[in-house]
Design a protein around this ligand. Structure first.
Ligand code: NAD
Ligand code: UDP
Length: 340
């Protein structure tokens, strides 16, 4: 394990003068898109935060502004290897999440999810930490029921190109519940539905970042297939709020709990909204469909509403506007050269 020497540039959370000292929170995958927002919110809440990451799909830039905070630390480590870190709360967010990312090294993806879960749970078992898993709507595969309730067991093709991720996440859920039943580990399993927002990579490959970057560059918006497949898009701040509430929920609340925005949109409609929002001259074009692409996805969030008092607050267009602003800034800045 290698600790990262904190640098300058801490800005967004600079007005936290006094920490409430809520104890240490470990965020595996803390330099990623979601993990970095989670680190920030945990610091704001008064936790000291350890960000553990191997920087495979995450970036130091995502947490650079936190590095001069006295209660923030980065540990460079791969969750496939065991680790022993004292924390009262652990969030396991370490896994590639974008289809091109997780399909680039499918064996590595599966092992990250399975061994990462084992090593995270072993760490929690030793320290007595509450341990929160970032599971996914992909456990439902190509669903035959909509909206998807937590009781639905899913429809995953175990030998397809998405299986390394889907089955990795399903196995991780099994490990979480078996560690709970066998060793009494206090687990929380949240199933995340498509979440977007600032700090997604320009080349992340997921639909929201692809369409926004394409629209801002006035290049073709690339729909895979007929565009009639649906997704439900949740803004990152809402998602993080859901996880924070879940992590603080009572010791009988283990999930799984769907966390996502129930508003359902076709991919075609998303392309049109983004094109309008950016006043883009882009055309909307169709490319071949991807294998095993789920046709529909929409969370039933009644459990989250009842057990966590949570539901998303940010409408799609408002969240997209903030995300467009972020990518606009990125394309105007020093990353432009490498991005274009
Ligand atoms: P991301 O790729 O931005 O973040 C993942 C982070 O994990 C990165 O910082 C990466 O470097 C790190 N990581 C990957 N493999 C690792 C390993 N072996 N050891 C240590 N660190 C490793 O993706 P994200 O969108 O922020 O997703 C975070 C988590 O949420 C993932 O577990 C993902 O499966 C889950 N999730 C995300 C979404 C979404 O819509 N964003 C949906 C469902 C589930
Ligand atoms: N998609 C698309 N064009 C893109 C990227 C994605 O049409 O440039 C489609 C993709 O085929 C899927 C949906 O958008 O139907 C969501 O894809 P994403 O990779 O964002 O997430 P996931 O498939 O994991 O839900």
């Amino acid at each position: 394990m290698r600790s990262f020497v904190p640098g300058e540039g801490y800005s967004e959370v600079k007005n936290i003068a006094v920490l409430k000292n809520l104890g240490a929170a470990l965020v595996n995958g803390g330099a990623g898109f979601l993990g970095s927002h989670l680190c920030e919110r945990l610091l704001l809440r008064g936790h000291s935060v350890i960000c553990l990451d191997n920087f495979s799909t995450g970036r130091r830039a995502n947490v650079e502004h936190l590095t001069s905070h006295p209660h923030f630390r980065i540990i460079e480590h791969d969750v496939r290897q065991p680790f022993d870190i004292e924390a009262s709360l652990i969030f396991n967010f370490a896994s590639p999440a974008s289809p091109p990312d997780y399909q680039r090294d499918p064996v590595g993806t599966l092992l990250t999810n399975v061994l990462g879960a084992v090593n995270t749970l072993d760490c929690a078992r030793k320290t007595g930490a509450i341990v929160v898993q970032s599971s996914t709507s992909e456990v439902y595969g190509d669903p035959t029921q909509s909206p998807q309730r937590e009781s639905y067991c899913g429809n995953v093709n175990s030998i397809g190109p998405r299986a390394c991720y889907d089955e990795g996440k399903r196995s991780a859920e099994t490990l979480f519940f078996d560690y709970h039943r066998t060793y009494g580990v206090d687990i929380k399993v949240g199933r995340i539905f498509n979440t977007y927002g600032p700090r997604m990579r320009l080349d992340d490959g997921r639909v929201v970042s692809n369409f926004i970057v394409q629209a801002l560059r006035n290049t073709d918006l690339t729909i895979y297939g007929d565009g009639q497949q649906t997704r439900s898009f949740c803004y990152v701040d809402d998602l993080v709020e859901g996880f924070l509430r879940f992590s603080a929920a009572g010791s009988t609340c283990h999930g799984p709990i769907n966390l996502g925005n129930p508003g359902e949109f076709t991919v075609r409609r998303l392309a049109e909204i983004i094109r309008d929002l950016t006043n883009s001259r882009s055309r909307i074009v169709h490319l071949p469909a991807v294998v095993d692409d789920p046709r529909q996805r929409r969370p039933d969030i009644s459990r989250a509403m009842t057990e966590l008092g949570w539901q998303p607050q940010i409408e799609l267009e408002a969240g997209l506007a903030r995300t467009v602003e972020y990518f606009d800034g990125l394309l105007a800045g020093p990353e432009r050269a490498e991005a274009v």
